[in-house]
Design a protein around this ligand. Structure first.
Ligand code: SAM
Ligand code: 2KA
Ligand code: SF4
Ligand code: MG
Length: 239
């Protein structure tokens, strides 16, 4: 029997605005539900109840058919919420692979699923102190070890808002030195509707982070990025 997945939104084509494949033309499939409640989550509608009317329970084939109909890209990014809550997501990954689609996925590294090994570009985004969440280091160690052992393409991406977050980023980078490491400037105004006001703020936050990384002797082989989609489209959903 085909599993059904809680789909919050399917959108694109757009560009991947973050991390290891920034700039990649892609479709997004955003699942509902998260085991975290980050203080600054820009997708809180996936877990705080405000988006519940939009959730559709879809099979892998129904999702794949929608993506086929929209067309325009051979790359799909699965995000959430935390898609790692879904035990049978391999059904969707398999379906997309059968259609010749490259599959990327975003998760925070709190939960493991065996289907992680089928993802073409996996981003683990453990959460710094400003999120209010606590990292389960043994879980993250195990996930990184599995992915490394199976020679999977994956990266770590830490969002940074302040100096305590930066210190956390150092801890993550030093713990997993061999894993491609990205620092991402935090958006501290996720309700701002004026895109030019937001853009000024985001540029300021990005500059601050770049300066901090330049000055850091501990953050060596790292990449510093903004959320490019927020620069282009602000806090608009589905972009
Ligand atoms: C919305 S989350 C969904 C996937 C997964 N739950 C996770 O956190 O990795 C996607 C990415 O957006 C980042 N993010 C969420 N809110 C943000 C904000 N206010 N500023 C910058 N990045 C943010 C997360 O850290 C994560 O890397
Ligand atoms: N364009 C675009 N790039 C993204 N990269 C990660 C996103 C996410 O919310 O997971 C995201 C998103 O929502 N939009
Ligand atoms: S883990 Fe991701 S989706 Fe969940 S609350 Fe944090 S940023 Fe939002
Ligand atoms: Mg987002």
């Amino acid at each position: 029997m085909s599993s059904r997945f809680p789909v919050m939104e399917i959108f694109g084509p757009t560009i991947q605005g973050e991390g290891m494949v920034i700039g990649q033309k892609t479709m997004f499939v955003r699942t509902a539900g998260c085991d975290y409640q980050c203080a600054w989550c820009d997708s809180a509608f996936t877990w705080d109840g405000t988006g519940k009317e939009d959730i559709r329970m879809l099979t892998a084939e129904e999702i794949a058919a929608e993506l086929r109909e929209i067309g325009g890209t051979t790359h799909v990014t699965i995000s959430g919420g935390n898609p790692a809550l879904l035990p049978h997501l391999n059904e969707l990954i398999d379906r997309l692979h059968e259609q010749g689609i490259t599959v990327a996925l975003e998760t925070q590294g709190s939960l493991w699923k065996n289907w992680f090994l089928q993802i073409d570009e996996l981003t683990l985004s453990p959460k710094p102190p400003s999120s209010g969440m606590t990292t389960d280091w043994s879980q993250l160690d195990a996930i990184v070890a599995q992915l490394t052992e199976h020679e999977r393409a994956f990266s770590l991406k830490v969002v940074v808002f302040d100096e305590a977050d930066l210190q956390y980023a150092v801890t993550v980078h030093e713990r997993y030195k061999q894993v491609p490491f990205y620092l991402q400037a935090g958006n501290d105004d996720v309700i701002q509707e004026d895109t030019s006001v937001l853009l000024n703020r985001l540029i300021e936050r990005y500059k601050w982070l770049v300066d901090m990384v330049i000055a850091s002797s501990a953050l060596t082989n790292v990449r510093v990025l903004p959320q490019l989609h927020a620069w282009l489209w602000g806090n608009k959903r589905g972009k």
